[in-house]
Every structure is written in structure tokens, then in C-alpha cells.
Write a protein that binds this ligand. Structure first.
Ligand code: FAD
Length: 161
């Protein structure tokens, strides 16, 4: 019997700091992630701001490990730090091949609240707070204010189970 795992990591992204390029680069990452994750039965969420990624991957142990190994080698980020990999009884993001939300005016309060600082720095956040932040941001969803960064989520087109 395979075990359902949840892995959380954060990393420093190496995307161009110009807004348009960053949005385009995240969209490219997401397109491949969603296709692969649907194939591999992975669900999860990806959070980003102007410096950091934080991501949750859920699925069978082997699929999560294989995905994370590919992610580790990806030159579009660096300093990948594993926060937790643990067995869980249920998926938290069952509807999402990969929900993806950027920091914006609409969720900046959540980054400040869970990060306990204006400048989001996942190295300083307790692991359970990082997990709660990702949850809270995804739950608020893709709102995207007039000057906020574009945010979106991707609904899983197939059954995640
Ligand atoms: P290939 O497509 O064969 O690419 C070969 C190498 O080039 C890989 O190291 C790849 O990472 C790198 N690469 C690919 N495209 C680019 C590019 N545009 N610029 C620079 N280098 C590139 N993949 C998933 O399957 N599921 C996920 O949930 C997922 N989440 C990700 C989250 C983040 C923050 C990042 C940065 C990447 C994520 N990826 C995810 C993508 C993953 O890293 C791999 O690129 C992807 O899985 C394809 O792997 P591959 O071995 O088939 O690489």
C-alpha cells in the first residue's frame, strides 16, 4: 500500500524581478507542473512573492519524491529548503493539480500576519505557520487587485484521488 505524503519546501527564486517577466515565468512553470501533476496524481499549492517560492506537494510517496527531485534540479530557483515531508491521512488541496497565488494587495495582510513582518522571509517562519500561510492565501483565492500582482489558481481537471 502506498502512503499519502505532504511535502513543503521554500526556495529563493531566480526569476527576473521585472513584474511581467516574473509572471510569465511563473505561468510557464505552472503549465508544466499542472500537466505533470495530473499525470502523477500530485496536488498542491505554490505561493510566491518578489523573492520566494513556497510549495506544498501531496501524493503517493514515490510520486512526491520524484517530483521534488526534478524541482530540486530546476535552475529557476536556488537554496531549496525542505520544511517537512510527512504522512497524512487526507489531501488539503484535493481540487488543485497546483493552486498558484502570488502576493498581492489582496493577501499582503496574510503574509504580514503569518510572517510576523512586512518583509516575508520563510527562513524566519515556524513550519506550521508557513503551512497555515499557504492555506490561508489559497483559501482567500485569486482576487488580484488593480495594482496587485496577478494571482490565479488552476482547478484540477481530473480526479486527484
Ligand atoms: P525537462 O523539461 O526535461 O527540463 C530539463 C531541465 O531544464 C530541468 O532541470 C528543468 O527544471 C529545466 N528547465 C525546464 N524549463 C526551464 C526553463 N524555462 N528555464 C530554465 N530551466 C528550465 N514540476 C512538476 O512536475 N510539478 C510541480 O509541482 C512543479 N512545481 C515547480 C515549482 C517550482 C517553484 C519550480 C521552479 C519548478 C516546478 N516544477 C514542477 C518544474 C520542475 O522543476 C521541472 O522543470 C519539470 O517537472 C520538468 O522536469 P523534467 O525533468 O522533465 O525537465
Amino acid at each position: 500500500m502506498t502512503m499519502l505524503m505532504r511535502l513543503i519546501y521554500f526556495s529563493r527564486h531566480r526569476l527576473d524581478q521585472r513584474y511581467d517577466d516574473r509572471e510569465r515565468a511563473v505561468a510557464e512553470i505552472l503549465a508544466v507542473a499542472v500537466a505533470n501533476n495530473q499525470r502523477d496524481g500530485i496536488t498542491g499549492a505554490l505561493l510566491y512573492d518578489d523573492r520566494w517560492f513556497a510549495q506544498v506537494l501531496e501524493g503517493d510517496e514515490g510520486a512526491v519524491s520524484a517530483t521534488f527531485e526534478r524541482i530540486l534540479r530546476d535552475p529557476r530557483h536556488r537554496d531549496v529548503s525542505l520544511v517537512t515531508m510527512e504522512g497524512v491521512s487526507a489531501r488539503r488541496y484535493a481540487d488543485f493539480a497546483m493552486a498558484c497565488v502570488g502576493r498581492s494587495q489582496d493577501n499582503g495582510d496574510l503574509f504580514r500576519h503569518y510572517g510576523e513582518d512586512d518583509r516575508f522571509d520563510p527562513r524566519q517562519i515556524r513550519r506550521d505557520r508557513l503551512s497555515d500561510l499557504i492555506d490561508a492565501v489559497v483559501r482567500r483565492g485569486p482576487t488580484g487587485g488593480p495594482t496587485g500582482e496577478q494571482t490565479w489558481t488552476t482547478k484540477n481537471a481530473t480526479s486527484a484521488a
